[in-house]
Design a protein around this ligand. Structure first.
Ligand code: DDH
Length: 291
């Protein structure tokens, strides 16, 4: 029973920790990508694999890894995520027993933890599905819209206002790319470290519309190097959202606690786990944890 064999039966926590460690090493090795890490794009892959969930029909979600197929791979929202899928392919080759759908979510968990975010307990059990399970286009949020749209998209997944705000703090990480979404720039000054800076910057900076020929986005008045999407700005324009932005801006601990709880749920949407297996969620150890 070798962790790298293709016929591993009943893989254990140690086997998943070995995959985690391989992802963490590859993240460290490939530090010439983008702002110095594949971490943000791995988080985005895990989110877009999960965020297609529809609670009414039970379709979509992280079970299936259907973004491997057309047309889902070329849905506008998924532009650029090939970078994350390609990054994980050698890991899949090294540990052929893990499903793509478990691997993509493990990639998100490892990226969050390795970028100094909170611990996100992990439970495997996702199966890969075929092209017939692809979800229709339009299930992921459209950045040009406002709070009504945010609510209709995230309520469909089963989240409430507080959870929408907590999930949005992931924009502390990474950046927008002209050749992917059309938007441009990072949200924070440290896009490869997980912090509550998304909220503090949203409240403390002065934001203007960016004057350019691209899609409508905001830029910070003082440095003109940061950005916010119209959907990000909706979080401070809408009273019910804003109270949570203020809370998370005040306390990184509260943000980390709520972010971990809600992203764990996001990552498990649509997965038919056996009843009672909540107790089998594992804490996979970050490489920076010396204990
Ligand atoms: Fe996001 N996101 N996101 N996002 N997202 C983009 C990048 C990243 C929206 C739009 C965009 C979440 C919510 C929303 C990350 C994580 C999460 C980009 C830029 C757009 C556009 C893509 C590109 O050009 O490369 C919108 C709209 C919403 C919303 O309405 C709430 C959530 C919930 C998460 C999450 O992870 C929980 C991350 C990370 C990135 C950076 C990717 C990168 O390559 O860097």
């Amino acid at each position: 029973n070798s962790a790298s064999g293709s016929k591993l039966t009943n893989p254990t926590q140690a086997d998943y920790q070995a995959v985690y460690n391989a992802i963490a090493s590859r993240l460290e090795e490939k530090d010439d990508y983008d702002d110095g890490s594949f971490g943000p794009v791995l988080v985005r892959l895990a989110w877009h694999a999960s965020g297609t969930y529809d609670k009414e029909t039970g379709t979509g979600g992280s079970n299936g890894a259907t973004m491997r197929f057309q047309p889902e791979s070329s849905h506008g929202a998924n532009a650029g995520l090939i970078a994350a899928r390609d990054f994980l392919d050698p890991i899949k080759a090294q540990f052929p027993w893990i499903t793509y759908s478990d691997l993509w979510i493990l990639g998100g968990v490892a990226a969050i933890q390795e970028m100094q975010g909170p611990i996100v307990p992990y439970r495997p059990g996702r199966a890969d599905r075929d092209i017939a399970a692809c979800t229709p286009d339009g299930r992921l949020p459209d950045a040009t819209q406002g709070s009504d749209h945010l609510r209709s998209i995230f309520y469909r997944m089963g989240f409430n206002d507080q959870e929408i705000v907590a999930l949005s703090g992931a924009h502390a990480l990474g950046r927008c790319h002209r050749d992917r979404s059309g938007f441009d720039g990072p949200w924070t000054f440290s896009p490869t470290v997980m912090t509550n800076d998304f909220y503090t910057l949203l409240l403390e900076q002065k934001w203007d519309w960016k004057k350019w020929d691209g899609p409508k986005q905001y830029e910070d008045k003082s440095t003109k190097s940061l950005m916010m999407l119209p959907t990000d700005m909706a979080l401070v324009q809408d009273k019910a959202f804003r109270q949570h932005v203020e809370r998370y801006a005040k306390s990184n601990d509260e943000f980390f606690k709520d972010f971990s709880a809600v992203i764990l749920r996001l990552f498990e949407l649509g997965v038919p786990f056996p009843a009672g297996s909540e107790s089998q969620r594992w804490i996979l150890k970050p490489t920076w944890d010396e204990s």
